[in-house]
Design a protein around this ligand. Structure first.
Ligand code: GAP
Length: 516
């Protein structure tokens, strides 16, 4: 098993063992690509949502929130293009009976060529040291040029086939490149066919097309159909944004990789309404603002990158992904899309209701253009966990050097902010005092009282769930009113007065520091 695969396996089992994420309906052997968040997972997820909400709504005078229903009028999805165009190209392997997305098989092939190029570049960098000129090397090295040519040819053919919705051509590319089933190596494929990703259900007990409802595949449409309601009731002037967090549902063909691709997931989306012609200015603004939001959490910059879309979605005239280096490679974490007036324009046509804004400065009405930022909360969760879960060397209870598992989440997002630990369980004077400290601090933060097991083991448990501070109540506490405060990352312990604890913990865990 590769180091990354091993790291990913550890992450999945850590999430289960420490109450972050469980498979849904596990007693019935689970439900594919559906997960439940346990006690610490629910806290972390709420903190991610709060961080996003505050960054959008609290920090921008011209962005307001919304909480629209999951069910929407079925024509919504006709107008948005999801009924006709929200499809993935599906292919089955006849031998393994496994189902794949044809586009992902081809993208996987392209990723491999890119990896080969990177390998050559890294080899040369080592060889030439400080004098290495990467751009020159890429332009002149025959092997790299060969790979690049191959890459460009496949990409061009793939982009054309996708834009033309040509399923036959996608199959021809797979055959031509001799792409095999990644699990079994078989090349015995079916034809490629379209598969609509929306889940549908019935309204009431009437069967038929007219009562067909969809579980929303994105939260954005709830924002579009409420655009005028919100604009009028909040008296916002363009440019302004509407932010929303909520569940979305997609019947994903390939739903592996834990919570990366789920069938039920949560999105945090913001639609920014603006004057036609100003979309590129705002597209660039939001690109930069969203990258800053990620970096403020202490994520190393080399783990994040922009990737322009090769194939634009049916609604976009510019689109970029913020990719994160997950244990299985760089993948999309967030999308920033310039959606033009596609959605509002189509809702206007289908509903017969005007979706126009009167611009007092221009003295004219128009259908606004939209720049969207859209991030999956679950994917953000996975990105944070996969970076934060680390191992380092630390002495065990006997003072021997041992490996410690520590979840280095940003303290502002940590599920539990502070653990209160009496040194010994069976000394009532210590446990009473610890309870007293806990009962005071719980007004300020989510704290945890823990008296079970030796102190070293309790520290390890808190490290594993990412608690930034452990407060230990010992015999000196009873004498002089001081406690030890242990910091998660450095494991440094300091003696401080009890009344200082709240401000020390607050300073480190306050979300406001992320915005300054
Ligand atoms: N409104 C635009 C939109 O929905 P998208 O790129 O399809 O665009 C936006 O989705 C974000 O939602 C993605 O960047 C990803 O973080 C998240 N997402 C999409 N499908 C997902 C899935 N099946 N499971 C988990 N997250 C998903």
């Amino acid at each position: 098993m590769s180091q990354q695969a091993d790291q990913f396996k550890k992450l999945v089992s850590h999430c289960k063992e420490y109450g972050f994420i469980y498979p849904s309906s596990e007693i019935y052997d689970g439900l594919s690509a559906v997960y439940d968040y346990g006690p610490y997972g629910a806290e972390l997820k709420n903190n991610i949502k709060t961080y996003w909400w505050k960054a959008m709504v609290q920090m921008h005078e011209n962005i307001v929130g919304l909480d629209a229903a999951i069910f929407m009028h079925p024509l919504t999805w006709k107008a948005s293009g999801h009924v006709d165009a929200f499809n993935d190209p599906l292919i089955d392997n006849k031998d393994s009976k496994k189902r794949y997305r044809a586009d992902q098989l081809i993208e996987g092939y392209l990723d491999k060529i890119e990896e080969k190029i990177l390998k050559e570049v890294e080899k040369a960098r080592k060889r030439f040291g400080d004098s290495f000129d990467e751009a020159m090397f890429r332009q002149t090295n025959p092997r790299v040029l060969d790979y690049q040519k191959q890459y460009d040819e496949v990409l061009e053919r793939f982009t054309r086939a996708t834009a033309a919705n040509d399923m036959g051509e996608l199959k021809a590319i797979i055959d031509h490149l001799e792409i095999a089933d990644p699990d079994t190596g078989s090349r015995n494929w079916t034809e490629v066919r379209q598969f609509n990703l929306m889940f549908s259900t019935q309204l009431g007990n009437i069967a038929g097309e007219e009562s067909k409802l969809y579980l929303r595949p994105e939260t954005a449409q709830g924002i579009f159909v409420n655009f005028l309601n919100v604009q009028k009731t909040t008296r916002q002037k363009i440019p302004f944004g509407i932010a929303q967090i909520g569940k979305a549902f997609r019947n994903e063909i390939v739903a592996r990789q834990f919570i990366f691709r789920m069938r039920e997931f949560e999105q945090m989306e913001m639609q920014f309404f603006l004057r036609p012609g100003e979309e590129m200015k705002w597209y660039l603004y939001w690109k930069e603002a969203r990258m800053k939001w990620h970096l403020a959490l202490g994520t190393p910059p080399e783990k994040l990158r922009f990737k322009d879309h090769d194939n634009l979605a049916h609604y976009a005239n510019a689109a970029v992904d913020i990719q994160f280096e997950f244990p299985f490679g760089f993948k999309e974490l967030e999308g920033i899309h310039s959606r033009t007036d596609f959605d509002l324009g189509n809702h206007q046509k289908l509903s017969g209701k005007k979706m126009q804004y009167f611009d007092p400065e221009l003295n004219e009405s128009y259908v606004p253009y939209v720049v969207e930022t859209s991030i999956g909360c679950d994917r953000m969760f996975l990105a944070l966990m996969s970076h934060a879960l680390q191992e380092d060397a630390a002495p065990d209870a006997q003072g021997e050097e041992a490996i410690r598992t520590v979840l280095r989440l940003h303290p502002a997002l940590a599920p539990v902010k502070c653990a209160i630990l009496p040194l010994l369980k069976n000394k009532e004077e210590l446990t009473d005092k610890a309870r007293q400290v806990f009962n005071e601090l719980k007004h300020a933060f989510l704290c945890q009282y823990d008296e079970k097991d030796a102190i070293g083991r309790r520290y390890r448990r808190q490290d594993a769930i990412g608690t930034p501070y452990c407060i230990t109540i010992d015999f000196d506490t009873l004498k002089d009113g001081t406690v030890t405060i242990r910091e998660r990352d450095t494991m440094q312990q300091e003696r401080v007065r009890i009344h200082e604890v709240e401000s020390i913990v607050r300073q480190k865990t306050d979300m406001a520091q992320l915005f300054r």
